[in-house]
Design a protein around this ligand. Sequence first.
Ligand code: SAM
Ligand code: CA
Length: 258
Amino acid sequence: TSNSLIQLSVPTFFIKGLIIPFFFFLGKRYPLVFGTPKSSKSIIGKSNPLWQYILDHSLREHPILKKLRLLTADHPWSKMMVSCDQAQLMANLVKLIKAKKVIEIGVFTGYNTLNMALVLPDNGRVIACDINEDYIKIGKPLWKEAGVEHKIDLRIKPAIQTLDELLASGEAETFDFAFIDADKESYNEYYEKCLRLIKRGGIIAIDNVLWSGRVLKPRKDDLATQSIHHLNEKLHRDARVNISMLPMGDGVTLAFKL
Ligand code: SAM
Ligand code: CA
């Protein structure tokens, strides 16, 4: 019996004692390849020196945007704010396609609203959709301070209603860019309405498409994850757009309307 006990414990010891620490070591040493994909923020998270390196070597943040980012950091829901490197990518896209009309679905404290308004021409417009005015009160004075308040058209009501109103008033195919970042259960509806509202060549950016890794195993009772996962699957075969899914922030898909 003592021999068979030893025989049984050797493979267990081998697995637990060597293989697990070996993969743990690989995960730490090569996080991009072997790291546990719990979320994109754990791939290049804030504790990873590469995150700081990325910011140090790419972020060009307007001083009032920085001020709003730091103000938002004190908010109990600060994690809702888009990552600053991702916001910069969206501003670059808005500039690249010479966008004039953009939609933001989910404003929170208005960091990305300000970010986009700063790069729009003087006659450009951000239709900013949210249901909660309290969060926006934090950023609104800074929109004014940055001199872009006149470019922001804030609509406080459910975003679906705002999108329907835009469609009803004949604004289909007049927008250049949309950022979808509100309640995840409505993502498919937001996408379909935005696709009608933007022009050919326009871009829809869909946020949180990795949802902290939960899309890998969507639970049946987790409606937010189900909704994001279904839209990810649909977008993969959607012939109306070209797409790129980027592991930036919490994952962002760019859909380019054909
Ligand atoms: N885009 C923001 C940024 O760059 O910091 C973050 C948006 S935050 C993740 C989501 C926002 O969606 C919240 O401010 C919330 O009030 C808003 N929201 C939730 N449900 C909504 C709805 N049905 N219509 C419009 N906004 C909604
Ligand atoms: Ca988000």
